[in-house]
Each structure stands twice: as C-alpha cells, then as structure tokens.
Design a protein around this ligand. Sequence first.
Ligand code: 4NP
Length: 151
Amino acid sequence: MSVKILMVCLGNICRSPLAEGILRSKLSEKFIVDSAGTGGWHAGELPDKRSIAIARLKGLDISNQRARQFKVSDFTTFDHIFVMDNTNYKEVIALAPNEATKSKVKLILNEIFPNDNNDVPDPYYGGIDGFENVYNMLDQACDEIARKLKK
Ligand code: 4NP
C-alpha cells in the first residue's frame, strides 16, 4: 500500500501546488502526493502562473495540476496532511471527524522549525519574489518530510 500525503493551503493555486510538486519530485512512485484548498473558489483552475513559473525555473512542471477543495473524506484517504498556515490548520482541524484524524494534520514548517508554528506566507498579492521565497521554504520542509518518509 502506498503512503499518501496531502498538501493544503487556502486556494490550492499558489502554495500547496508547489508543495505537491516539490515533494513528489523527492519521492518514488510508491508515494502518492496530492493537494487541496480549504476554499473552493479556484476549483478546476491551473496553479497560479507565478507558481508554474517558479517551479519551471527550478526544473519542475506543475502545470498538470488542477485545484480542488479539501473534503472530509481526505482524512481517510491520506496518511499525512500538511497545511501551509495556522488558518489552514484551524479550518482543517474543524472538519476532523475524531481525535485520531486530527493527529494527521501538521503545519509544514514545523518539519524544519519544530513547534515554532510558522506560516508559509500567502504570496498571492505580492510579486514573484514571494513565490521564490515560498518555493525555498517548501523545498527545505519537503527535504525533511522525504527523509522521514524514506526511513
Ligand atoms: P494559496 O493562495 O492559498 O497559496 O493558493 C491564495 C490563492 C488565492 C486566494 C488567496 C490565497 N484568493 O483569495 O483568491
């Protein structure tokens, strides 16, 4: 059985598509990586052009991804749920059917800065620099996630 990992942000067009693409690139096909947004406004859309561009610059193609909204059944489908910020955390936890599923949900930056509860900043209203910053943070966090998953 494959280990399944879900990346979650607000819109599923900026941060979590990058997290999905980055983590997938660090793991074998035995792992399933997906992403979703707590909000559904962008469902069906491609990742933001700036996320596609920064990923391409780093050698990843994320243009096959399409946004979707997080759903309660994701708690059953996925083994690990990484959220990008504290608001995502609250929204996802509020949907958890029981305590056991809550323990699947983690702030992604706690992988590299344990217990700091840092947010991956939402780059949507800024420039491409913000996307590069997000990419670099996620790259480091995903290195750590991949290292743990391969153990
Ligand atoms: P994301 O960024 O949560 O990283 O995908 C956002 C994308 C869209 C919006 C907000 C954040 N929006 O308000 O439409």
